[in-house]
Write a protein that binds this ligand. Structure first.
Ligand code: AMP
Ligand code: ZN
Length: 444
């Protein structure tokens, strides 16, 4: 089945036509690893995962790349503040991010390039742009000359005659306020974070990182490129300008952008100090799977309003839905499967896909075994971690203890997790730690 996706570039929902048969090559702008990811960031990574799983469900193979930005102003400042090398900061927060992704049952992209490992490719790209007259040196770095670019700003529908919307930063001697830095010459603040290039010692600008990493891993034209809506301008706009100037080819066929997680009407962000991490919500008793369920309850192109009641509601719903899985796995119901595929391949309509999962759960004409098989099939995309259920009723007090123990384990509070295990044992249940989390079995 074909996948229909909304394309930010054309403003229309289009059939995906991959450049290489049934292989889809896609690139996601990943995190800057100078602190904990917040659940807004994690929503965008869950959206990427749903896209990958949907492609696989529809029979495509996927070549998936998510970059790690491990050098920029924020990284350098954090490393200077702590007096440790940049790589130590990067490794620390990359590890935390990977653990978050695993807890959220996100399939880890096979290719995770780090910017500092691709400096050579960035330098070659900048040399080409200089040679061909798209770039020029100014006092503090090398700039891209936006006036030389064809269709600059098409992605963001910029009005080039209006005042520039981007913060005007960079050298006073750049030719136009819209010109952006490809390379920043070394200053004392950069310390040892410096690279030699034919056009001067320094470090790359942010946008060139993604162009170089995407093209080196996936080729000059990508099938899909994703990110949060905040990246449409300037980041993705500038990626297009410099990549297409360098290759003369379209950079990306489909642009996919995920909307924000909002808190009290404002974007969740570190700078507004209204952010929550996965660890914080787990500490409040919300499981990572429940957070994932909450994310799937909103379409990726709609804003998602964060509230504790919303998360709690998602957790209750998920526990109830999972109760409909039985011990035996029968045959996937083809009619439901076809409807599910239609929904997820229609611009990743996860809210309606969840509603369909509920329809399956409540369908009294299906046997428990076929219901279970069908829900497990849906979970290849939903990724909620469904497992066949042994037909034993687990009492509520045991369920609460399991949840508390998972919280303790996620926060690495091993003493507390052992204590809760002993308590569960004393109530007559064995505790099993599986890939999917804690499970219990009634003692014989
Ligand atoms: P960053 O680490 O800031 O580069 O962000 C990583 C990803 O999270 C990017 O794709 C951002 O667009 C996205 N993002 C940032 N804030 C939010 C938010 N409040 N809701 C959803 N996605 C976000
Ligand atoms: Zn990027």
């Amino acid at each position: 089945m074909d996948l229909r996706l909304f394309n930010t570039l054309t403003g229309a929902t289009e059939n995906l036509v991959p450049l290489h048969d049934r292989e889809v090559r896609m690139y996601h702008c990943g995190p800057t690893v100078y602190g904990y990811a917040h659940i807004g960031n994690l929503r965008s990574f869950i959206a990427n995962d749903i896209l990958r799983r949907t492609l696989e469900y529809a029979g495509y193979t996927v070549k998936q790349v998510m970059n790690i930005t491990d050098i920029d102003d924020k990284m350098i400042k954090k490393s200077a503040d702590e007096g440790v090398p940049l790589s130590e900061i990067a490794n620390r927060y990359e590890d935390v991010l990977m653990a978050d992704l695993r807890h959220l049952n996100i399939k880890i992209p096979e290719h995770i390039p780090r910017a500092t490992e691709h400096i050579g490719g960035m330098i070659v790209l900048i040399e080409k742009l200089l040679r061909e007259g798209y770039a020029y040196p100014a006092s503090d770095g090398i700039y891209f000359e936006v006036a030389k670019s064809k269709d600059y700003g098409a992605l963001a529908r910029l009005d080039l005659n209006a005042e520039t919307e981007s913060r005007v930063e960079g050298a006073a001697d750049k030719k136009s306020p819209r010109d952006f830095a490809l390379w920043k010459f070394w200053t004392a603040e950069d310390g040892e974070n410096v690279f030699d290039a034919s056009f001067g010692r320094g470090r790359p600008g942010w946008h060139i990182e993604c162009s170089a990493m995407a093209m080196s891993e996936l080729g000059e034209t990508l099938d899909i490129h994703t990110g949060g809506v905040d990246l449409i301008f300037p980041h993705h706009t500038n990626e297009i300008a410099q990549s297409e100037a360098a290759t003369g080819k379209p950079f990306v066929k489909q642009w996919v952008h995920t909307e924000f997680v909002m808190v009290d009407g404002q974007k969740m962000s570190k700078s507004l100090n209204n952010m929550f991490t996965l660890k914080e919500i787990v500490e409040k008793g919300i499981s990572p799977a429940a957070f994932r369920y909450w994310v799937l309850g909103a379409h990726y192109r709609a804003k998602a309003n964060f509230t504790w009641e919303g998360l709690q509601g998602a957790q209750t719903a998920l526990v109830r839905l999972a109760e409909h899985l039985g011990a035996e796995v029968g045959t996937v119901n083809e009619d439901y499967q076809r409807r599910f595929e239609e929904l997820v391949t229609d611009d990743l309509d996860t809210p309606r896909a969840l509603a369909l999962a509920w329809e399956v759960a409540k369908d009294t004409s299906l046997s428990s075994a076929d219901k279970t098989a069908t829900l497990l099939d849906f979970d290849r995309v939903l990724g909620l971690g469904f497992v066949p259920h042994v037909d034993v009723v687990i009492p509520n007090d045991i369920k609460e203890l399991i949840l508390s123990r998972e919280t303790a384990r996620t926060t690495k509070n091993w003493a507390e997790s052992d204590r809760i295990r002993d308590e569960i044992n004393a109530l007559g249940w064995d505790v099993l730690d599986t890939d999917k989390g804690t499970e219990v079995q009634k003692k014989n």
